[in-house]
Design a binder for this molecule. Structure first.
Ligand SMILES: *Cc1c(COP(=O)(O)O)cnc(C)c1O
Length: 349
């Protein structure tokens, strides 16, 4: 008996993973640095206790989708939720990508867009952008040439931090026969949302997450806002009961505590601004402007060496030099974490 052969190229593909060594200051994955507020945790306990986990969850997540609809002022028929926005993106690609179709990304951007394109057997096309990584007419024209079925725009963009002009997203939507997927994982921190476009441009889909601003990365909750037709297409490819009752309860509770989340936002934005200001004062590094909860910066020394030297001092940031040559990315943490990062960096460079 010979071992089974996996799909061509599978063994050459590394699993998606970033180093997660156990260190004191973790500023590498853009999570909310604060624990959930006490009142939230108590409500969540009650909500979990009331669940009937011997039964399958509500397949349509009706209560959660109604709450998301109220939160975003988007019709409930056009609102959909899944286990993280990554699952939403995979469902979109299952429905609109596939063999013989192409999905397009503007690079550098979030790795999962191209990775899930590959996972779903979709062809990938890339339009490269230069600093400051702003989408312009020329990029839209280049994208049209690739005749993609799906186009990803990440705004604010990870890992560069800048938001994209909504006018260019609209230009994409009107000049291409593609589903234009706008990943707004960081929209609560800055930038203008593309959500207003869908009525005039039904090919626009906005994807969001509760992993960042809502401090709920561990619960796995992403959602998308689109036309009811797009949501019906996602129903055709989703797994039965793809969203657990626990995740639905956690997200629903979080939406009842939106005010707490929004209070934390101010603190996080404040630390981002402090990071940017302090980084621009350190000789030997160049920071880039950010609309998100992280800052991209370029050490003038070798990025890999700076990354390791920070790690030796108990500070973990993200080495994004494979996507943006020479650059590292740091999450806006608590004031103490930011202080720890800044003093370690000053020693290193
Ligand atoms: C963090 C992040 C997400 C979040 O993914 P989840 O699966 O919802 O945790 C999505 N898109 C981008 C660009 C991100 O940086």
């Amino acid at each position: 008996m010979t071992p089974a052969e996996p799909r061509p190229g599978l063994r050459e593909t590394r699993p998606y993973a970033s180093p997660q060594p156990d260190v004191a200051i973790r500023l590498n994955t853009n999570e909310c640095p604060y624990p959930l507020p006490e009142g939230f945790v108590e409500h969540l306990q009650e909500a979990v206790r009331a669940l009937t986990l011997n039964r399958y969850p509500d397949r349509e997540a009706v209560r959660l989708r109604e709450a998301l609809s109220a939160h975003t002022a988007h019709p409930v028929e056009g609102t959909w939720a899944a286990s993280g926005s990554n699952e939403i993106i995979q469902q979109l690609l299952l429905a609109y990508g596939g063999p013989g179709r192409t999905s397009l990304v503007f690079s550098p951007t979030y790795e999962l867009h191209s990775r899930l394109t590959w996972v779903t057997h979709t062809e990938i096309a890339e339009v490269p952008m230069e600093a400051p990584w702003l989408l312009g007419r020329q990029h839209v024209a280049q994208a049209a040439q690739a005749q993609p079925s799906v186009v990803f725009v990440c705004s604010p963009n990870n890992p560069t931090g800048n938001a994209q002009p909504v006018e260019q997203v609209e230009r994409l939507a009107s000049s291409l026969d593609a589903l234009v997927v706008v990943d707004e994982a960081y929209i609560e921190f800055g930038g203008r949302s593309a959500l207003g476009l869908w009525r005039e441009h039904p090919n626009v889909v906005v994807v969001r997450t509760m992993s960042k601003a809502f401090a709920l990365a561990g619960a796995r909750l992403g959602y998308c806002l689109a036309t009811p037709e797009v949501i019906d297409d996602l129903r055709r490819v989703r797994l039965p009961y793809h969203l657990s009752a626990l995740a639905q309860a956690a997200a629903l509770t979080a939406l009842q505590h939106t005010e707490d989340a929004m209070n934390i936002l101010d603190a996080v934005r404040g630390e981002r601004e402090r990071l940017s200001a302090e980084l621009s004062r350190i000789p030997g590094v160049t920071p880039y402007p950010s609309d998100a909860n992280f800052v991209l910066f370029r050490p003038h020394a070798d990025a890999g060496e700076v990354w390791r030297a920070l790690l030796e001092r108990g500070v973990l940031v993200r080495d994004v030099s494979a996507a943006v040559p020479g650059c590292l990315r740091v999450t806006a943490g608590t004031p103490d974490e930011v202080d720890g990062f800044l003093s370690a960096l000053k020693e290193v460079v």
